[in-house]
Design a protein around this ligand. Sequence first.
Ligand code: GLY
Length: 428
Amino acid sequence: MRILVLGGGGREHAIVVKLAESPMADEILVAPGNGGTAAIATNVELDIEDGAAVAAYASEQGVGLVVIGPEGPLVAGVGDAVRAGGIPVFGPGAAGGRLEGSKEFAKDIMRRYDIPTGFSAAFTECEAAMEYLEDVEAPIVVKADGLAAGKGVTVAMDIETARRAIKECFDGRFGDAGSTVLVEEYLAGPECSLLAFTDGDTVIPMAPAQDHKRAFDGDAGPNTGGMGVYSPVPIVTDEEYASMMASMVKTMKGLAADGIDYRGVLYGGFILSEEGPKVLEFNARFGDPETQVVLPRLEGDLVEIMMATAEKRLDEIEIGWRDEWAVSVVLASGGYPDEYEKGKVIAGISDAQAMTDVTVYHAGTKIGDSGDVLTNGGRVLNVTALGCDFAAARDLAYAAVAKITFEDMFYRRDIGAKALKGRSAWEA
Ligand code: GLY
């Protein structure tokens, strides 16, 4: 089968690596892909948010499965266009994509289907949002309703910061994405990502993972797309896991009751609060970098799983998890998540990749004219290691990181450090 994967990050490289292991995958096309996918698949140029263009290309190329990686094409309804052309798609259409594309839509689902989350109120007028601030206390969270490339969330430690964040949204900093603004309860506690394959009826959880969103050690600095991750998450209790799963299942039941056909990944971002796990956000796709630790642990044929999801027969599938730990460290360009330079030559990838149980997933990379691997984004590489326990996986990941260099490279040196200390690390 010929498979088309949309996206070009570390998540998509991890998906392509896993798809390529399947005997069902004859050829994989990736749009736009990156320096890593170029080595194992064919990178193609395509406007991945143009549903008609993607559907036409997939049809011309005789593609048997389209896999949508990032949120942009999901929210733009690319899945609907491809499905209408009769090609199976892994990823929801625009209606399901709203779970990620509109934070108020997601909160409404949670309110109506009794899914634990923080309180929130949505506003389309600046003055009303400002008035609401008089009734709440800091810390409080201000969010642009729509997709804002991860920059639309402000955790305001004081009301003045919340006021500024609301004003920025209504002044157009995030365009249409900020024309509705949510003011939300600040939830304290460790975060945990739970991803699940779902065809709308069956929900098959993946192993939990924990991302590190802040740029610098000690959870300092600005929020990023994610600087490192590990799986499983030792601090999650059985009760918490059961509660997170119940929220995921209720969400899918709620979407189905609302007539929404959802096939792909449901990503629950949870806070393990003192009152139990609460949903911080839902995403309608695989997490990045969560995928880079979850898929290496997956025992199962990803093409088979994705086809079964796309064809609504996920109940036929059984999956397992390797009894190993996975840790992934993100290597980033100096300046990320703000301004950074591209085009730096990366050395040492093959030395790191040659280590047993290490995989170097490319994110923002490309192959230069001379054949060198060059930086081409903020998050450049994800170095993933598997180990018989958490400490072994972590030590191996950092040993592999030590082999890689590029100008202005930076990375967090404390991925998994809190988890090694246990729950008390979050109480300080
Ligand atoms: N790990 C954060 C995200 O995928 O949105």
